[in-house]
Design a protein around this ligand. Structure first.
Ligand code: TRP
Length: 373
């Protein structure tokens, strides 16, 4: 059915209507008023806010009120380590880095290797734990402050997390878990308990420091079930603040429609891809172009449905004026897809090379970031 789409923690498909998500999930749109408040603390707005790549939130005004009153918040985000990191994963992490820098906030970063083990039919524990470490290199490569960043694997840090997770779990019934996550009777029981573990880090620093600390979660909107359905509901029952959220859109894949997904490797650029391989993927990408150059010159192309355009928008062209020129030249039939792809490749390859260099350097620093108990 046209207009049909799905957004859950395990599946994103169809053409996502983000305004509808704001209504259905009961969040608030990122509007001019909240942006103005943000600007007071961060100066020039981050391009992901200017472009509404972060488009929705809960309680962001409250987080800023607390901050203004001298109460620092911490950041919480995470990753399900089922494979290598792709560019789409970097979007919330890059923004999280910006928030850490501007607000001096601690970051707690969860690697849900337990969940990926439960969820994936073939991955072993050893493999998902291994990807926790591989993915952590990508996080570290983005330049987080080692003194303020705590990355943990669920499998390894369970002793600390479990004490919080069981407090959460006690307040969540099976019927709630089923309603929030759509579990059916074939789901393994690990998955039923897991939401308590993803909620737990929302309260982790408050437990560790024995005082209530406000929490802000930057994440793609597909993770919202955990906050809407579990963490925010349970928080007051345990005497904690409800975690606040800021939600991002999904970076599209290189195919026609749909988000970048590791299950379609030809349509996703992995941070570990050889730059030449990445170039090939871009060359083979779907575009919003016309069938012939003559038609494109005459009628123009459609940047709104074009992954190449969205790669500039989400990451590779942070200058608004230049982005606008690309958009208008594409629409006006002055920019052909081949040239557009070559230009994107000329930005992507140095980005990847630099990220890969930092990623290798991160191997030496990993012990400073990973917390153990
Ligand atoms: N479940 C998330 C995933 O599969 C990983 C995750 C854990 C997460 N905690 C988080 C993501 C907090 C965002 C914010 O990717």
């Amino acid at each position: 059915m046209p207009g049909d789409f799905k957004v859950t923690p395990w599946e994103v498909s169809g053409e996502v209507d983000y305004d509808r998500l704001v209504r259905d999930f009961g969040t608030s749109p990122i509007d001019d008023e909240i942006l103005e408040r943000f600007r007071q603390y961060t100066g020039d707005l981050h391009f992901m806010l200017r472009r509404k790549i972060f488009f929705s939130h809960r309680d962001l005004g409250w987080i800023l009120d607390r901050y203004a009153a001298g109460e620092n918040f911490f950041l919480y985000t995470g990753r399900g380590p089922s494979g290598h990191t792709h560019l789409g994963h970097l979007i919330p992490w890059m923004f999280t880095k910006h928030l850490q820098e501007k607000f001096g906030a601690d970051l707690y970063f969860q690697m849900t290797d337990d969940e990926k083990f439960f969820h994936d039919p073939v991955l072993s524990q050893v493999e998902t734990l291994g990807f926790s470490y591989e993915n952590a290199l990508d996080v570290i490569a983005l330049g987080f402050d080692p003194a303020k960043t705590f990355i943990f694997s669920d499998i390894e840090y369970i002793k600390t997390l479990y004490k919080i997770a069981i407090e959460v779990a006690k307040h969540v019934t099976y019927s709630t878990a089923k309603a929030v996550f759509g579990f059916d009777n074939s789901i393994n029981i690990g998955m039923i308990f897991f939401p308590a573990l993803q909620a737990a880090p929302s309260f982790l620093p408050s437990v560790l420091k024995k005082k209530n600390i406000p929490c802000l979660i930057p994440a793609a909107i597909d993770q919202d079930n955990y906050w809407r359905g579990i963490a925010r509901d349970v928080a007051p029952k345990l005497g904690f603040y409800k975690p606040a959220q800021i939600h991002s859109k999904f970076m599209p894949g290189l195919g026609k429609g749909g988000k970048m997904s590791a299950s379609q490797p030809e349509t996703a650029i992995f941070t570990t891809d050889d730059p030449e391989v990445a170039e090939k993927k871009i060359r083979n990408s779907f575009t919003g172009g016309r069938d012939t150059i003559a038609e494109q010159k005459k009628f123009g192309a459609n940047p709104d449905i074009c992954p190449i355009y969205h790669y500039y928008e989400f990451m590779l062209e942070q200058d608004d004026k230049k982005l606008k020129t690309i958009y208008e030249d594409c629409k006006g039939g002055r920019l052909m897809c081949g040239d557009d792809k070559m230009h994107l490749i000329s930005k992507l390859k140095p980005f990847l090379k630099e990220h890969q260099r930092k990623r290798e350097e991160a191997r030496k620093m990993i012990d400073k970031f990973m917390v153990k108990d």
